[in-house]
Design a protein around this ligand. Structure first.
Ligand SMILES: N[C@@H](CCC(=O)N[C@@H](CS)C(=O)NCC(=O)O)C(=O)O
Length: 228
């Protein structure tokens, strides 16, 4: 295999946004393959046995799924060694980024997915699960407020620890106005800072259109005119 590395993605998917953002930040030219209509197929299962997105396939045929793992691989395989996104030359800085990525995956994203997963079947969130998500958001808010940090990991620069959390939290309000992370003031300030930082790679409107499309999808689910 040769040519560009490939990313199998779905436009509305936050973990795909994380990977696409990292690729754009590092000026990696990806071939984007939209699998919205085919990701449940047996053919796609040969690329990703869990039938999920994103999946990355490198130019030598190496395959990887799980967005955070793909993001790390992109930085480590193609980024500069001192990339603030995930610095290979600074063990402790990278370990702190790992720490917050694990918090995001194990606590914040878990809280979020527990609340919104039922939505895909019923058009309703699981309100009984909201306390765990709110707790995770309070922790994040306190972390950012107490340390007066612009970004999640210590230091003045955007890192992988910000991106996954950012792309997941920005979809919350698409499901219901009850899930508005902007009530957490430090989280809201951090979201504005990350959005500002990402402006050079978001100017073409791709991420905004993807969010609008998800909002439309969710609105149709709520009205019962669309099924997953
Ligand atoms: N932890 C995974 C999550 C992947 C995931 O759940 N992707 C969703 C789209 S956001 C998906 O493929 N959903 C299809 C399905 O579950 O059928 C990652 O970060 O890559």
């Amino acid at each position: 295999m040769s040519g560009k590395p490939r990313l199998y993605y779905i436009k509305e998917s936050p973990p795909c946004h994380t990977v696409i953002a990292v690729a754009r930040l590092l000026a990696i030219d990806l071939e984007l393959i939209d699998v919205a209509e085919t990701y449940q197929s047996k053919q796609y299962a040969k690329i990703n046995p869990f039938n999920r997105v994103p999946t990355f396939v490198d130019t030598d045929g190496f395959r990887l799924f799980e967005s955070r793992a793909i993001a790390m691989y992109l930085v480590q395989s193609r980024g500069p060694p001192d990339s603030a996104l995930y610095p290979s030359g600074d063990l402790k800085q990278r370990a702190e980024i790992d720490q917050y990525l694990h918090f995001e995956l194990g606590t914040l994203y878990r809280g979020l997915s527990d609340v919104i997963d039922p939505f895909w079947k019923s058009g309703e969130i699981d309100r009984s699960r909201k306390p765990s998500l709110e707790k995770a958001l309070q922790w994040l808010d306190a972390l950012l407020a107490t340390n007066n940090r612009p970004f999640i990991a210590p230091g003045p620069r955007l890192s992988l620890a910000d991106l996954s959390a950012y792309f997941y939290l920005r979809i919350l309000a698409a499901f219901t106005s009850e899930l508005d992370s902007s009530v957490y003031r430090a989280v809201a300030a951090w979201q504005r800072t990350v959005a500002e930082e990402l402006k050079p790679i978001t100017a073409d409107g791709f991420f905004e259109e993807a969010l609008d499309s998800l909002k439309e999808y969710c609105a149709q689910m709520r009205q019962g005119v669309r099924e997953f």
